[in-house]
Unconditional design. Structure first.
Ligand code: ADP
Ligand code: MG
Ligand code: MG
Length: 892
């Protein structure tokens, strides 16, 4: 049986994205809906995967393409390569997941020295035919032959200059004929061969180039950041050409059924008269806004409005549309459910519920925790008094402050040193992606809301102001000018407001977001001052909370963090670290503990530590009321509390060299530091190992916790204390510590005359602990999966070194799509969590299970924890709302 690699547009539907790619599936869907789509066909992603694994197209493909093309020819009564009346096609990429602007498209395939004359004769416009031909040469040269696009641009610039022309529109047929001739010479120069005159050869090579563009470096970078698999491949759409560059009753444009920046209903878009394809997106000419089309071509505008309504009703969502008008006839070239800002996503979702188009659960499905966290970013302070120097288009919201940088290399270099930058360009192109990713924000002087910069920035959630036309961006001189004066140079600080489009010189102070004020309980949703965005968030959060079964706790060490976490909706503390109680002025107490020569000195040091810790615990327990509070006994290696070994050695040596009296304490300390020094402290003396090695340490901490509990109880509180032992790998470790804790509890309980029903549990953060969870659960009343250490020890990656080191290589080569420290590795580390949970509950069915690594706030990981059956996730206070939200979505 032969495989069908080619599907005409009138045979598919929108459900076939995996096979036809998004663009192909939606072209088929629009054809099915009876919308005016130029006929064509789609070559499947199967063919691309075949191509990628064999280095060649499948043997059946050529014939299947030929017969699909024959069908198109028959339908249109034009033949591909016919010198009299040539059919032209576009060859367009289109993967299952949208990767805007990342891959290639070639327009006007089928033109050559002969057919260009036929096209001129048929259309009655030589200029138009030549314009189309030079575009083919340009796109084919760039895409298929990888000739530097600048080579062609230089020629056009030269011709324009000679004419004194502001745009390519003013070039006449003679100029364009010259462009064509010179482009052909560039071909020979650059490739050693002339531009292929055989239309079928052009088609064959364009198809292969689109397949190849799947693996273009920028496409790989994009997939890495968007966590898209590299083996999906792209489909290829071959679509008969319609011409927006035919005459003044022709146009091309992009539009949205709602505002993708705010979600407001209405008609949004940009268009250009007498232009083709990418002119709108490329920001080459300044576009006109869609409502003006009603004046220029009223019939087409009315028809387009109709189509927009049809599409929105059909897709039940915001649609993003590409259209072209050829001499007054409207053609649809693309649609998809459009990318949008986070704010727009929330507004649109609730508006569609109000309009009865979707229900609450569907609305929740359409917004994610990542979007919610974007709304929690700060924005510029209102009363700051900062005066904008200009205003561009508010392409992608947020507030960004940083150094001016004009190219990707500078931005990425500075980002490595954690220096914030604003990438400033006349317009961006796909090669700027790395810089856009690393910059705090993007500013361009050209292009509309559908320009490359705007579309990509919105997709990335990056602050962007585009089309700030009063700015002259001189990328060569590395300066920004206004009215001839230099206003900023590379390295100067500027601030941009992606919500208003304003640009400021210098640093503008930022303030918290309205959504955060709501989430922290400082702004009620029914407050007249609250925007409809706040109300949307409130409604969808309500839906999430009512659905979810996974609880959300916070990682908080201080009373202040704890209160903040509660305001954000935390249902307890999943991890209170005690190490900060040993820092600052208290370091000296730790030193005393380590330096103590005898039992008596040690007890003295412990008593002092006990005193200060008890106070901290009282405050924490008071802040948490009767919510569960898990306190972890000391975890980090002791040397972290001691002076740095090199510094201390230098200090001691210097005193000796200058003949000063040696400080006895320093010398003893140095001895201790040397003794405690470890090559690999993360795998060394820490966690429960400290508790077992330093007599009295865990007992003292336990006493501080329980005395605090007793104090709060006596004052009428009902604290819910859970004591957690870190870095356990064997039940034998836990037996010993448990005995110590219970002994202290009995003592404190007797001393204070109160019952102290605290629970004892452990972290599961070493593979052995997960595997021996059945045994460990005999003692532990709860488990908290410490997925940071568990990831570290399962992969054998050091968390502290990995981000700087080989991770970049691993990501570039697609070995890792994302850091396993950001998003849980569900197959490896996740499997240990699953095993730990199952074995633990096998011993103790009511074992309480939680997670307290960074992953507790990561959307994908939260879904996993829900499905594995954990009781709660615990994350930083600021992530609590995101976790609540995703825990609800995990139930959908
Ligand atoms: P992208 O995925 O980058 O948007 P497209 O394949 O959609 O690439 O094409 C690039 C541009 O060319 C778009 O503006 C599109 O509308 C235009 N275009 C594509 N095919 C045709 C065609 N058959 N006739 C006219 N314009 C086309
Ligand atoms: Mg497109
Ligand atoms: Mg740990």
């Amino acid at each position: 049986m032969t495989v069908t690699y080619v599907h005409p547009f009138d045979e598919g539907s929108m459900d076939q994205k995996d096979l036809l790619g998004g663009k192909g599936a939606n072209l088929a869907e629009m054809t099915r809906l009876g919308l005016p789509v130029p006929p064509g066909f789609t070559i499947t992603t199967d063919a691309c995967r075949w191509y990628m694994s064999h280095g060649d197209t499948p043997p059946e493909l050529a014939e299947q393409v030929a017969s699909a093309l024959a069908q198109v020819e028959a339908g249109l009564g034009r033949r591909f390569g016919d010198p009299e009346n040539p059919l032209l096609v576009s060859v367009r990429s289109g993967a299952a997941v949208s990767m805007p602007g990342m891959m290639e498209t070639v327009l006007n395939v089928g033109l050559n020295d002969e057919t260009v004359q036929g096209l001129a004769a048929r259309s009655g416009s030589e200029r138009f035919a030549l314009d189309s031909y030079r575009r083919l040469l340009q796109m084919f040269g760039r895409t298929v032959e990888e000739i530097d696009g600048e080579r062609f641009e230089e020629v056009l610039d030269e011709l324009k200059e000679r004419r004194g022309a502001a745009s390519d529109l003013e070039l006449d047929a003679q100029d364009l004929a010259e462009a064509v001739a010179r482009f052909q010479r560039i071909f020979v120069e650059q490739t050693g061969e002339p531009f292929p005159q055989d239309p079928r050869e052009q088609l064959r090579r364009s198809i292969r180039a689109v397949f190849d563009s799947w693996n273009a470096p920028r496409a790989v970078v994009y997939r890495n950041t968007e966590r898209i698999r590299h083996d999906l491949g792209t489909a290829v759409n071959v679509c008969s050409m319609v011409f927006g560059n035919l005459d003044d009753r022709s146009a091309t444009g992009v539009c949205f059924t709602r505002d993708p920046a705010t979600g407001q209903a209405g008609v949004y878009g940009d268009f250009l008269v007498n232009a083709q394809g990418e002119d709108v997106v490329a920001g080459i000419r300044n576009t006109r806004s869609l409502p003006e089309l009603a004046e220029v071509l009223p019939d087409c505008y009315a028809q387009l409005e109709q189509v927009m309504e049809t599409l929105e009703t059909h897709y039940r969502d915001l649609c993003d549309i590409e259209f072209t008008i050829e001499s007054g006839t409207l053609w649809m070239l693309q649609t998809r459910v459009g990318k949008r800002t986070a704010a727009a996503a929330f507004r649109i979702a609730t508006t569609l519920v109000d309009e009865g188009v979707i229900d609450e659960e569907e609305a929740l499905r359409r917004v994610g925790g990542d979007q919610l966290s974007r709304l929690m970013f700060p924005h510029f302070a209102e009363g700051s008094g900062a005066q904008p120097i200009t205003k561009g288009l508010n392409a992608s919201p947020g507030a960004a402050v940083g150094q001016v940088a004009f190219d990707s290399e500078t931005v990425t270099a500075l980002a490595r040193d954690h220096v914030a930058t604003i990438l400033v360009r006349r317009e961006t192109n796909p090669d700027d992606l790395a810089g856009m990713l690393a910059a705090a924000g993007v500013l361009t002087s050209r292009g509309g809301k559908t320009s490359h910069a705007a579309v990509v920035a919105r997709g990335l959630g990056k602050t962007c102001v585009c089309g700030a036309e009063t700015l002259e961006v001189d990328e060569k001189a590395k300066e920004i000018r206004m009215g001839g004066d230099v206003i900023a140079r590379e390295g100067d600080i500027i601030s941009i407001d992606g919500t208003s489009g304003e640009v400021f010189l210098g640093e503008v102070p930022v303030e918290p977001s309205e959504v955060v004020q709501y989430l922290e309980g400082d702004l009620a949703p029914d407050d007249p001052a609250a925007s409809d965005l706040v109300r949307s968030v409130h409604r969808l959060m309500g839906t999430a909370d009512s659905l979810r079964t996974l609880q959300v706790r916070a990682n908080a060490d201080t009373a202040e963090d704890a209160s903040r976490a509660r305001r954000m909706g935390a249902q307890g503390i999943g991890l209170a670290r005690t190490e900060h109680m040993f820092l600052g002025e208290r370091r000296v107490l730790v030193e005393n503990l380590i330096l103590s020569a005898d039992q008596e000195q040690r007890q003295e040091a412990l008593d002092e530590l006990l005193e200060v810790q008890r106070g901290d615990f009282v405050a924490l327990l008071e802040a948490m009321g009767s919510l569960p509070t898990t306190i972890r006994l000391l975890d980090p290696p002791l040397h972290e509390f001691l002076p740095d070994i090199t510094e201390l050695s230098v200090k001691v040596a210097r005193r000796e060299a200058t003949g000063k009296k040696r400080s006895k304490r320093d010398v003893t300390l140095l001895g201790a530091v040397r003794r405690l020094h470890e090559q690999n402290p993360m795998l060394g003396l820490r966690g429960v190992r400290l508790g077992l090695t330093i007599p009295g340490l865990y007992g003292m901490q336990t006493r501080a916790i329980l005395e605090a509990e007793a104090q709060v109880r006596r004052a009428g509180g009902t604290p819910h204390v859970e004591i957690m032992v870190p870095l356990v790998s064997s039940i034998r470790e836990l037996w010993e510590i448990e005995r110590e804790i219970r002994a202290v509890r009995d003592e404190v309980s007797a001393e204070q005359g109160v019952d102290l029903p605290c629970r004892i549990g452990t972290m599961i953060e070493l593979p052995r602990a997960a595997l021996r969870a059945d045994e460990i659960a005999e003692v532990a009343e709860f488990f908290s999966f410490g997925t940071n250490d568990l990831t570290q020890t399962t992969w054998g990656f050091s968390r502290d070194d990995v981000e700087a080191g080989f991770f970049f290589t691993y990501k570039d080569r697609g070995i890792l799509l994302t850091s396993p420290f950001e998003s849980l590795d569900q197959y490896g580390v996740g499997e240990l969590v699953r095993i730990g949970a199952e074995r633990g509950r096998g011993t103790r069915p009511d074992l309480k299970l939680g997670v307290c690594g960074e992953h507790g706030g990561d959307p994908d990981s939260i879904h996993f924890f829900h499905h594995v059956g954990l009781d709660y996730v615990s994350c930083s206070p600021f992530r609590v709302p995101v976790a609540r939200f995703e825990a609800g979505r995990a139930k959908l």
